[in-house]
Design a binder for this molecule. Structure first.
Ligand code: NAD
Length: 330
């Protein structure tokens, strides 16, 4: 990407979009257009030196205004959250299809050079994820299709839209299937938070209150892999700049159970918690990991920041948010 070209970051008020904006600025890209539907004062990260806009990118006109004059588009906008959110907001999750569709149409209209779509490991067929000792998911495991209901179907459909816009209209689309991304400047409360941030918050609450009981969804033996945000940013840009045409896994292959995740955070917090297992809570699949054979072959790289290092930074940020008066944080 040329540093003089205008780059659109859709969903810039969110967790990954905010970090990507910061990263591009650090690298010397100055012509950035950051857009999110949230009011500007609710964005996790905002930079006054660039163009910041509040707009609903489900709307055709908003997408056209967003793409006009731009050369590259990163679509990180979606109505999403952790399992608690996506299991109870399937229609809302599927409506994100409007964002990607309108952005693709506007990108084709305004001759965008490259378009990045943030897909998800939720596209993978549920039947391949019944065991905690999961065999890591390869890209071809998304078919025959039976993804996560709602959110996963939208991602799979949108991947195909990206593919067909490339085939039929010549728009250079790139797609990454993110596997659980975590880090500072993201959601840790309110219902959309994912496991790493939610567990950090619960353990901090236990530490601050002295009541060491915390609720854990399920029996804690379900497994996942979690990718630290810095790896996500590197992989996102590498995939955008690559010749990888099909959706590719972007995730850590360090598999952990939720119980192991709790143990790592306990050691960072220097406390032991009493685990109260909520067996009727939303769980998602039993086990999921990223097979990184393809990304290693294509990029000679895979995410490698350890959970211990990433969680330490995430925990510190959440701790500061929870203990510092609001006025001092702004
Ligand atoms: P996030 O919720 O923090 O950010 C998404 C942003 O999109 C939010 O700020 C939201 O306000 C914005 N948005 C939603 N609807 C919009 C609309 N109509 N118009 C404009 N903006 C809108 O989520 P995130 O973690 O930063 O995720 C970014 C992308 O990566 C999403 O597409 C998500 O599905 C995908 N993804 C994330 C993860 C993860 O673990 N964080 C995993 C897989 C895929």
């Amino acid at each position: 990407m040329d540093k003089n070209d205008l780059i659109l970051i859709a969903g810039a008020g969110g967790f990954i979009g905010g970090h990507l904006t910061a990263e591009l600025l650090r690298k010397g890209f100055k012509k950035l257009r950051a857009i999110d539907q949230k009011p500007l004062d609710e964005w996790y990260q905002r930079f006054p030196e660039i163009e910041n806009r509040q707009a609903d990118l489900k709307e055709k006109l908003a997408c056209e205004e967003a793409c006009k004059g731009a050369r590259y588009v990163f679509n990180l906008a979606a109505d999403m959250g952790g399992m608690g959110f996506i299991e109870t907001h399937k229609a809302d999750c599927m409506l994100s299809v409007l964002i990607n569709t309108q952005l693709l149409l506007a990108s084709a209209k305004y001759n965008i050079e490259r378009f990045f779509f943030s897909s998800s490991a939720c596209v993978y067929a549920a039947e391949k994820q019944h065991s905690p000792q999961i065999i890591a998911l390869r890209e071809e495991d998304a078919y025959p299709a039976m993804p996560e209901d709602g959110y996963g179907w939208e991602k799979l459909f949108s991947e195909r839209m990206c593919r067909h816009f490339r085939e039929d209209y010549g728009l250079k689309t790139r797609m990454a299937r993110y596997h659980n991304v975590y880090g500072p400047y993201g959601t840790y409360q309110g219902g959309r938070e994912k496991a790493p941030a939610a567990l950090c918050r619960k353990i901090i609450e236990a530490k601050l209150s002295g009541d060491h009981r915390i609720q854990i969804w399920g029996d804690g033996e379900q497994t996942r892999s979690f990718m630290y945000i810095d790896d996500c940013l590197f992989g996102t840009q590498a995939i955008m700049n690559s010749d990888i045409l099909e959706p590719i896994n972007l995730g850590s292959s360090e598999l952990v159970s939720i119980n192991q995740l709790v143990s790592i955070i306990e050691s960072i917090a220097d406390i032991r918690v009493k685990r109260d297992y909520q067996l009727d809570a939303p769980l998602g699949v039993r086990g999921r990991n990223s097979d990184n054979t393809l990304i290693k072959k294509k990029l000679g790289w895979e995410p490698s920041i350890s959970l211990k290092v990433g969680l330490e930074r995430t925990y510190r940020w959440i701790y500061d948010q929870m203990t510092t008066p609001v006025a001092a944080l702004t």
